[in-house]
Design a protein around this ligand. Sequence first.
Ligand SMILES: Cc1cc2nc3c(=O)[nH]c(=O)nc-3n(C[C@H](O)[C@H](O)[C@H](O)COP(=O)(O)OP(=O)(O)OC[C@H]3O[C@@H](n4cnc5c(N)ncnc54)[C@H](O)[C@@H]3O)c2cc1C
Length: 578
Amino acid sequence: MDLMGSPFLLAHGMGRPVEDATTHVQFDEPGVYRLWVRTRDWVAPWNAPGAPGRFQLLLNGQAVETTFGTEGNAWHWQDGGEVRVGSQMDLALHDLTGFEGRCDAVMFSKDLAYQPPHDGSMLASLRLQLLGLPAEPTVSPVYDLVVVGGGVAGTSAAVTAARLGLTVALIQDRPVLGGNASSEVRVWPEGHVNQKPFPRVGDVVMELIPDKKGDSANAQGAHVFNDQRKFDVVGAEPNITLFLEQRVNRAYASEWNIEAVLSQHTRTAERNLIRGRWFLDSTGDGAVGFLAGADFDQTDTGHMGASNLWNIQCLCEDEDPLSSELAAAVEEATFPRCAWAVDLAAKPFPGRTKGSTEPQTKNPNKPISLGNWFWENGFDRDPIHDMERIRDQNFRAMYGAWDTIKNVEKRYPAHQLNWVAYIAGKRESRRLLGDVILTAEDLRDNVQFEDGSFPCTWGIDTHFPAAAYKEGHEGDEFIADYTHGEGYTYQGPYWVPYRCLYSRNIDNLFMAGRDISVTHEALGAVRVMKTTGAMGEIVGMAASLCKRFDCTPRQVYSEHLSELKALMEVGAGAAAGR
Ligand SMILES: Cc1cc2nc3c(=O)[nH]c(=O)nc-3n(C[C@H](O)[C@H](O)[C@H](O)COP(=O)(O)OP(=O)(O)OC[C@H]3O[C@@H](n4cnc5c(N)ncnc54)[C@H](O)[C@@H]3O)c2cc1C
């Protein structure tokens, strides 16, 4: 939405055309109109052939002459020519490939010479006008704490603050909570909480995260990530108002104090002005801090990338090679060649054949492990502004690998792609700066801070392109390796200072999650999600002290650290009996 101005439809069929997207349109004046469709050829950035995102537009069941999604590197209005419409028309987007076609909007213009604006504020105001949305957003009451980003960090903060008596707005741009730990991204939360000397820090996190079982791992079935469990915990808190499918894209700040954020619904485009006394940026990207002018750091090249996890399934329950069920499944499980994908026919990649160098995974040759964490790209690209391209390169790599496995190696004949994340899981982007910027040296040297507030236990695990797989893909590497072993360990649990959890220049802004005040290297350790959830708990506790003492997050450190520690002793778990 931030990059091209809107949510858009994605024909994510994993190689099988998706069902038509349909609507019904009334025209006051039947006649001849010029048709415009906002779309793009998503493989154009690589000059790749074949326009895999092709689709048609059907008017009362009849395809118009132009095929869409076939041209243009950037989002633009593709000219659909002149069409004749009646007063009532059924409209359908008809996917031709199942390979990630995309459409933002369809426009009919009575003025045949009219050309719609391409981007920026003119396009935004045209959208509001044509959708019939009010010029002004709906204004909310003033919440004690406004939490932006409903990953494990933000959700833990919202629950903690609500249990400590604050009114909380929890704003999440997806239809589910959990962020990378949701069924949309499917990363299993790691790190250890409930550690001495504050064993109750982590109680809320453990309410949110499903119990660990045999299949508790990345890229498993949706049930493993149990989205409902997070809704149940949040839903039990009357102090929380949940704004789902709302993306924050503006902040209103004066005198280094945020007063409100503006959110936009990802499907209806309706807008809310959500006001608060204290704000938490748990967006991962430091989005609120950035919009409000908070100091931040970002590693431009050589940072961690983003992944779109994936898995496959066998269409045949019975894998006996002689069974007729298998033969039928083989027939059904064909997969088209993908000339536009990364060409891996003659290249190594994880899971390809025995003998290739495998990144670390317990069961590299199990089908379910094919699409694990190491399918990662974007190391040298802007993790905010290049994100559509980074996600798309993950698609191109995954489709190239599956094409090779199916059509070149002819392995997994009865299998098909079962699930591919269309939301990229991110690891690193902006880090908002606080009064302390934690470094990897602090971890290695076991530097103790009086305000140590949440336990960090994961290794100093940063990622870089894997040497075994990068040849021929320079600049677009898509398989990662990670730092580990000597030089990347420390004595844990390491208690990270509270001063990493609030902005040094925006007076009422907290951070929790991967956008806290750490260096690129230290991020490698703090970014795992039980740890980010524990950060959220500490922010919830600190926010309650801000309210009790009418003070800033910084003053919680300078004047109320003993009260914060008292809250950390008790925790905010359901069992604490509030
Ligand atoms: C493939 C992969 C493997 C990983 N492996 C592990 C692992 O094994 N274990 C582990 O614990 N961690 C792992 N990590 C790291 C971990 O998932 C991230 O560090 C995680 O993002 C941290 O949680 P968070 O709550 O800060 O962010 P997120 O989980 O990203 O949550 C932030 C939420 O905020 C929402 N949001 C963003 N911007 C806005 C906005 N403007 N308005 C409203 N909502 C917004 C997002 O949609 C998202 O749901 C991995 C990461 C990846 C990508």
